[in-house]
Design a binder for this molecule. Structure first.
Ligand code: PRP
Length: 182
């Protein structure tokens, strides 16, 4: 059982669903009349993005970028690599970047600057989870489902060594699973 690898469940599937619906509603109201470009940051954002966009009831377009800031390690190196770039142009567009988690803020800060340099009209961010205690760059998501503590979290897009992303809840991974070096 995958769930037995969790120390605790932080937010259940049902709690996440309720909150994602609320955030989708807020985004729909805020962008009414705008037709924003929604950008999912792979890999982690694919679960949140697919749930979130189904609660956005205004016209949007969806594109993806893949970034990596961690490599194989669990610690941020501070460097952001673009592994896959956008297919659609952002010039003149209201852009909503969708992230699974904002941790140090390095990825978000890099992406926001890049998209603004490419001529985006506005860049806002929706994150499933925000871990403000880890912040290095002073940046915050505009929309956030849950503020989370500085624990090793997996599920709802968050991985440990590429595993657990598909868990419908989010929880704290048992230290014995990852070796305790967090
Ligand atoms: C994670 C997460 C964010 C970023 C947040 O991605 O999805 O993109 O790190 O960390 P930061 O605020 O410290 O920059 P990761 O590079 O682990 O790739 P993944 O989404 O494929 O797991």
């Amino acid at each position: 059982m995958l769930l037995s690898d969790l120390e605790t469940v932080l937010y259940t599937k049902e709690q996440i669903e309720t909150r994602v619906r609320e955030v989708g509603g807020a985004i729909s109201r805020a962008y009414a009349g705008s037709h924003p470009l929604v950008i999912g940051v792979l890999k982690g954002a694919f679960v949140f993005l697919s749930d979130l966009v189904r609660h956005i009831d205004i016209p949007i377009e969806i594109d993806f970028m893949a970034t990596s800031s961690y490599g194989a390690s669990t610690k941020s190196s501070g460097a952001v690599r673009i592994l896959k770039d956008l297919d659609l142009p952002v010039e003149g567009r209201d852009v909503l970047v969708v992230e699974d988690i904002v941790d140090t803020g390095t990825t978000l800060n890099y992406l926001r600057d890049l998209l603004l340099r490419r001529g985006a009209k506005s860049v806002k961010v929706a994150a499933a989870f925000d871990k403000p205690s880890r912040r290095v760059v002073p940046i915050a998501p505009d929309y956030c489902c849950f503020e989370v503590p500085n624990e090793f979290l997996v599920g709802y897009g968050l991985d440990y060594a590429e595993k657990y992303r598909h868990l419908p809840c989010v929880g704290v991974l048992k230290a014995e699973v990852y070796g305790g070096d967090h």
